[in-house]
Design a protein around this ligand. Structure first.
Ligand code: KG4
Ligand code: ZN
Length: 346
């Protein structure tokens, strides 16, 4: 059983073919970084146009590398949201056209479910597990009990974590995309030079907050001579920022581990996924938290943490096994919380 996945919800135009035996037969990603870099962030209209221009060729390449024809597919899985609506529409309508012409089922995949299930593709683990989903648009702790069976324990009450990385990068004068730039810069920085807040640390519950941290970075930059960070200032601020984010993730996740383990004492696995999970410093930090709580930590390899179509094809396969397919008028959605793809929990 093989499925074609299509991902166009942000600034990656991607297509992949994945088998039910967890083989990635092809995984093609075209990054639009160079198109957006002059603007310091993703420009939705430029993203939509680039998806229109490149998607057909990317799909063709994914099919060719997999050695597959449309007739071989068990289904076509396309991201239907959440994301930049123009891009989502391009991918979804393309998926629908292939599904209609090849008479194959369409699976309209929630992008967050793609991230949530990707570790089952890479590591083949069983349900349940606790998920820390950290991406450009989200920061959530979720109990993953099965396909479409998600219990959200906490979420950000203001900014997403990736957004905090991207905005911090901008204030430090680093290039877009911000996350990898901050991580690189932090390698040579002193994480104790700037005393930044750890929002919500020590409070009950599992919610996150990052806007105060972002503001503190802005004030720290303003407090530098001329308000312009020199190379060593930027490195120290990046390291201080990353240390604060690590402390926040550790504190909030520890609460979630404790809540989760009451319900699942035998299944002590924490999965981190989403673009920010590509961050080596945060992976190491979370590994230590897991060791303290007698949990195993798993994360997809960095290139499957950031956006890709293999995870969309895989989520499609997982849903297809339950007969969860979608009609050809399935809507593209800018906003689509993970709770809304849930099957009712007992
Ligand atoms: O999952 P993703 O590729 O797209 C969304 O679904 O949002 O996540 C993108 C986010 C961006 O904010 C990017 O800066 C961040 O992930 N990111 C990182 C790293 N690589 C990507 N953040 C911190 N460290 C990284 N190495
Ligand atoms: Zn993503």
């Amino acid at each position: 059983m093989i499925v074609l996945g299509i991902e166009t919800s942000c600034d990656e135009t991607a297509a992949a073919v994945v088998s039910g035996e967890r083989e990635i037969l092809s995984n093609v990603i075209l990054s639009q970084l160079d198109d957006h870099r002059p603007y310091g962030g993703v420009v939705p209209e430029i993203a939509s146009r680039a998806h229109v221009q490149h998607l057909d060729g990317i799909i063709e390449r994914a099919m060719r590398e997999a050695g597959a024809t449309y007739g071989d597919l068990a289904g076509i899985a396309a991201t239907a949201g959440p994301g930049l609506i123009g891009g989502v529409m391009v991918g979804l309508v393309t998926g629908k056209a292939i599904a209609a012409s090849a008479s194959r089922p369409l699976i309209a995949v929630n992008h967050l479910e793609g991230h949530a299930l990707s570790v089952r593709l890479t590591d083949g683990i069983d349900f349940p597990y606790l998920l820390l989903l950290v991406s450009g648009g989200h920061c959530q702790l979720v109990e993953v009990e099965g396909v479409g069976a998600y219990r959200r324990l906490g979420t950000t009450i203001d900014d997403a974590i990736g957004e905090a990385f991207d905005k911090t990068a901008k204030m430090l004068g680093l290039e877009y995309p911000g996350g990898p730039a901050v991580e690189r810069m932090a390698l040579t920085g002193d994480p104790t030079r700037f005393s930044l807040p750890r929002p919500l640390r020590g409070r009950p519950g599992c919610d996150f907050s990052f806007s105060g941290l972002k503001t503190a970075v802005r004030h720290a930059v303003a407090g530098l001579t001329d308000g312009v960070p020199e190379e060593n200032d930027a490195a120290d601020l990046a390291a201080s920022f990353q240390a604060a984010v690590g402390d926040v993730l550790a504190d909030r996740s520890a609460h979630a581990l404790e809540a989760y383990v009451e319900r699942h004492p035998q299944d002590r696995v924490l999965v981190i996924a989403g673009g920010v999970a590509a961050n080596g410093f945060l992976r190491t930090r979370m590994e230590a938290v897991c060791a303290d709580h007698d949990f195993r930590m798993l994360a997809p390899p960095p290139d499957l943490c950031t956006d890709n179509a293999a995870m969309i094809a895989w989520a499609g396969l997982e849903r297809l096994r339950f007969g969860l397919t979608d009609p050809l008028d399935a809507p593209a959605r800018a906003r689509w919380p993970l709770e809304e793809v849930m099957r009712p929990l007992p």
